[in-house]
Every structure is written in structure tokens, then in C-alpha cells.
Design a protein around this ligand. Structure first.
Ligand code: RIB
Length: 292
């Protein structure tokens, strides 16, 4: 089974801060680093590290060869990753403070993905393959429709959540992977009460499988008439960047292989608990052997 992750690639400019910068304030960072990131790239690395045959499709700028080399180093296939000579690679400015982060995104080449590129990539995939998407690239709705026509199963991590998501053909989705904020947005909940959100998921997406992470409250699987809960592991978080991406990659790699939800939730919980103990995005994703 192959997974095609059509997703973003960003340079992450990471600043360790005493506190998040406030309006009218100019402050110095305590530390700085430039890392490989983007929800797409992070999830591809996590999938590959968890043992899944992973193809990453997307778009980088003329300076993007480093991303190709980085993905290849972890076994991610980049045959369908395009270099755009006229656009800069996407980037993110990330402030990290006391285990929390806040992120500014600039889409760059990620937002230049067009229908032509989507067609060129998807012609290599079909029945039995899986498409994974996030919400950081352009032409997502088109990619979903074409993938569905070609018989791919569709998984979406609707992060970062915004109104755009409702322009996508969500009826074509097989599996949603969301955190509690994205889940609340998806079902238009007016409360942050988890039980209410779960009830709304059952009501609105009862024919789908939904995996919802809830930080310290663990993770839930809602699907096939069942709700399964996996508690979180207690660890000291240094930087939560890419925790959700790690969870997505490890959950999918395990679940798609043998259909065992409980095992997949456990593995993904363990993997993301390691990610939060390191600084950075892709670089803090563990190897499967670290989990055994
Ligand atoms: O999920 C973390 C990622 O979100 C970062 O790597 C950043 O690039 C943004 O896409």
C-alpha cells in the first residue's frame, strides 16, 4: 500500500522566546534555528519513519533541493515534488515559549500548486492508494475530486483550520485527523466540551472515521459505531511543534497496515510524546525503533 501526501514544505524559522511578542513590542529571542517543516513534510517524515511507503508531492522554490535531499534521507519518495523557479519555498515564523508555540505562515510555492500539477501527480496513483492532505496548499478541492475519481482513499488533517476547509468536498473524505480545536470548527460547535463535540461528530460525520487529539486528555477515535479513547502520556513538553504531524503519520502508518485502532492510537500517542520533548518540527520526530 502506498500513501501519497500532497502537502506543504516550509522553512521553519524558530525563535525561543521569554514571552510571545506583543503589539508595539520589539524583543530579542533567546535562541534561533532554521529547520525543515511544513505540516506536509513533517507528516511524510513521520509516515516514512513509521514504515509506510510514502510519496510526497508538493512544490518548493528554486532553493528547494535541500527539501528533496532531506525527504530522501528518510526514505520518502520525491518523484512528484516540483521545483518552481519563480516562487520562494514556503516558510513559517515560529515563536516557542514554555512548551507552547505560535506560528505565522507564508505559503509561497505551496500556494502555487495548480490543477495541471495535480493531474500530473495523480495519474501515477489509483485504487488501493491513499491520499493524505492538510490545509496548507492550493488546489486541495480539485486534488480531492480527482483522487476520488481515481479510486484513492482520502485522509485529511484539516490543519490549520479555516473557512477554506468548507469549500472542500468533505463528503469524499474517509478519515479525518483533527485536534479538538479543528474538530470544534469542523462541526461548528459552540462549546469546547469534548463529549458535545464527539456527539456532533457522530451526528455530522457518522459515516466517516474521525481521529481527534485532545492534548493532555489523550486521543479519540470516533467511527464504525465506536468511540475509543487513548489517554495521553505525561511528559515535559519543550516544543509542541509537529506533535500533531507525528501523531498523524504514526497513526496512519499503523492503522492502514492492520486496521487495529487501539494499537495505532497507542503508537501515535507514544511517538508524539517524544516529539514534544525535542525542539523543532521534522527533526524531533522519533524513529520507530525509539518506540519499541
Ligand atoms: O505542524 C507544524 C508545522 O506547521 C510547522 O513545521 C510549520 O511549518 C507549520 O506548517
Amino acid at each position: 500500500m502506498r500513501i501519497l501526501n500532497f502537502g506543504s514544505l516550509n522553512y521553519d524559522y524558530v525563535y525561543e522566546m521569554e514571552h510571545f511578542v506583543l503589539p508595539k513590542e520589539t524583543i530579542s529571542s533567546l535562541n534561533y534555528g532554521r529547520n525543515f517543516g511544513g505540516k506536509g513534510l513533517n507528516q511524510s517524515i513521520a509516515l516514512a519513519k513509521a514504515g509506510m511507503e510514502t510519496y510526497h508531492a508538493g512544490r518548493v522554490g528554486a532553493d528547494g533541493q535541500d527539501f528533496i535531499d532531506y525527504l530522501n534521507r528518510y526514505g520518502v519518495k520525491t518523484d512528484y515534488l516540483m521545483k518552481d523557479e519563480n516562487e520562494a519555498t514556503g516558510h513559517a515564523i515560529i515563536q516557542v515559549c514554555k512548551g507552547q508555540n505560535c506560528i505565522i505562515l507564508h505559503g509561497g510555492a505551496n500556494k502555487k500548486i495548480d490543477e495541471k500539477q495535480a493531474d500530473e501527480v495523480l495519474e501515477h496513483f489509483g485504487e488501493g492508494d491513499i491520499l493524505l492532505l492538510q490545509n496548507e496548499i492550493s488546489s486541495t478541492a480539485y486534488i480531492m475530486k480527482k483522487a476520488h475519481e481515481r479510486g484513492l482513499k482520502i485522509v485529511i488533517n484539516t490543519a490549520p483550520m479555516d473557512e477554506n476547509v468548507f469549500t472542500y468536498p468533505l463528503d469524499l473524505v474517509d478519515i479525518f485527523i483533527v485536534n479538538e480545536v479543528e474538530a470544534a470548527g469542523l462541526v461548528k460547535a459552540t462549546t469546547d466540551d469534548i463529549d458535545t463535540i464527539i456527539d456532533l461528530i457522530k451526528e455530522k460525520y457518522g459515516d466517516k472515521e474521525v481521529v481527534m487529539t485532545v492534548g493532555e486528555k489523550g486521543a479519540y477515535y470516533i467511527g464504525k459505531g465506536e468511540v475509543i479513547h487513548e489517554p495521553a502520556l505525561v511528559v515535559k513538553a519543550i516544543d509542541t511543534t509537529a506533535a500533531g504531524d507525528t501523531f498523524t503519520g504514526f497513526f496512519l502508518a499503523s492503522y492502514l497496515k492492520d486496521g487495529d485502532v487501539r494499537k495505532a492510537l497507542k503508537l501515535a500517542t507514544k511517538a508524539s510524546s517524544i516529539t514534544v520533548q525535542g525542539v523543532g518540527a521534522a527533526q524531533s520526530i522519533p524513529d520507530i525503533k525509539d518506540l519499541q
